[in-house]
Design a protein around this ligand. Structure first.
Ligand code: FEO
Length: 403
């Protein structure tokens, strides 16, 4: 790779992972990702974060192009210990023997647990601390639970750059480095996808952190996350506003029907419910768990006003594909949703009861009646019940959004 000088003496030395399709083993990344890290040339040469281990050589190649073969790295900043950012830390320590490794208080704990070192020169930098590296200063702000306890942001006031680690990230492998060089709608989609699948459960923390950053009145002219594109100029405010919008979880006039089906009865029910929703003017997504990965479903659920879940009864419960999606969804703690359940059955018929328990456990609002159950094959009457459920949920959405 070739380093990119973002501003005088501050370089991107990260890598583009064009082929990543399964981010962290649980979230789809259909357009790949990047691992961004940074090198500041100053009296104390400083590396901010590393990359995934398999890209060690590519990162070292970029670093060498900036500091030369005999060059030193004096300080290493570890904004976050997850292996996509600290995966090469031990190699950097071994090769460059830095004078200081700077990390948050929780970062020190995580670093010990990850690397089991005994003699690394770790210096803890809680919120408010700063370290001079020559012409530049590093200021540290902990961003706990955005999205790990150790997460931290590093700000360089002289350059007006904030290195935000995972916050503001997007999974998108590109040859461009800046948000103002790429298609805007794809960028927003990638931001939402990343937020919905990685950051969503920490939305209250995001609001608190952004408020506290605003109070600090940091002048930020460039915002550099560790994944995806960087924001500069007016795009900095765009990214921060977008995150505030995400964190508020304000629903749109949109419903997602998530379902699994065995002999298509539940699928036929989903289509009838969808018709009722459409007739109420709601934008609908029909998502079979067989055709859509749980992270793709969650990206659509994220900004929807209603989530309708369907499964036939299977072994006195629901189909395993639905259980997977519901487990994933619950963990991400979506807020402000209306919920409803539907499903077919042959004899015992527990599906709707089980689905309603899931909806209740996620504090979804319900409509009356909040579910439809069909024995074996839908009839003219039960199709009507499905359609009516769609209408009822559609009306509840409109009432909720004041439409
Ligand atoms: Fe990009 Fe939390 O790792």
């Amino acid at each position: 790779m070739k380093p990119v000088e973002l501003i005088k003496d501050i370089f991107w030395v990260g890598v583009v992972d064009w082929n990543k399709r399964n981010f962290h083993g649980y979230s789809k990344s259909p357009l790949g990702t990047t691992y961004n890290n940074f090198l500041i040339k100053d009296e104390k040469v400083t590396l901010i974060d590393t990359v995934e281990r398999e890209f060690l050589e590519e990162m070292l190649c970029s670093i060498t192009q900036v500091i030369g073969k005999e060059g030193k790295i004096d300080y290493v900043v570890v904004n976050h210990l997850e292996p996509d950012h600290a995966g090469c830390l031990d190699e950097i320590v071994k090769r460059f023997k830095p004078e200081k490794i700077l990390t948050s208080p929780m970062g020190e704990k995580a670093m010990k647990a990850h690397f089991h070192y005994t003699d690394w020169p770790v210096e803890v930098v809680p919120t408010g601390s700063e370290v001079s590296i020559g012409k530049h200063t590093l200021q540290f702000i902990e961003t706990r639970m955005l999205h790990w306890p150790d997460s931290m942001l590093t700000y360089v006031p002289e350059a007006k750059i904030a290195f935000s680690n995972d916050a503001f990230g997007q999974n998108w492998a590109t040859s461009e480095r800046f948000a103002d060089e790429v298609d805007r709608s794809t960028l927003e989609k990638r931001m939402a996808e990343y937020y919905a699948n990685i950051v969503l459960p920490y939305s209250p923390v995001v609001q608190k952190t952004l408020t506290s950053l605003a109070e600090k009145e940091l002048e930020i002219e460039m915002l550099c996350p560790d994944h995806g594109l960087f924001f500069r100029g007016e795009d900095v405010a765009f990214a921060i506003d977008k995150y505030m919008e995400f964190a508020r979880q304000e629903p749109k006039n949109k419903a997602v029907l998530v379902y699994d089906t065995m002999w298509q009865s539940t699928e036929k029910m989903a289509k009838a419910i969808a018709t009722g929703l459409v007739d109420e003017g709601v934008s609908v997504r029909l998502m079979s768990v067989k055709s859509n990965h749980h992270s793709e479903i969650m990206t659509e659920v994220f900004d929807s006003a209603a989530v309708l879940v369907g499964s036939p009864t299977h072994n006195n419960g629901i189909l395993p594909g639905m259980a997977d999606v519901l487990t994933y969804m619950k963990g991400l703690r979506p807020q402000n949703k209306i919920g409803a359940a539907f499903g077919s059955f042959g004899w015992s018929g527990e599906c709707v009861k089980v689905l309603n328990e899931w909806l209740e456990s996620m504090n979804f609002e319900t409509v009356e009646p909040g579910s439809v159950k069909v024995k074996h094959i839908p009839t003219h009457e039960t199709y009507g019940e499905c359609y009516d459920l769609g209408r009822k949920v559609g009306q509840a959405i409109k009432a909720k959004l004041g439409l």
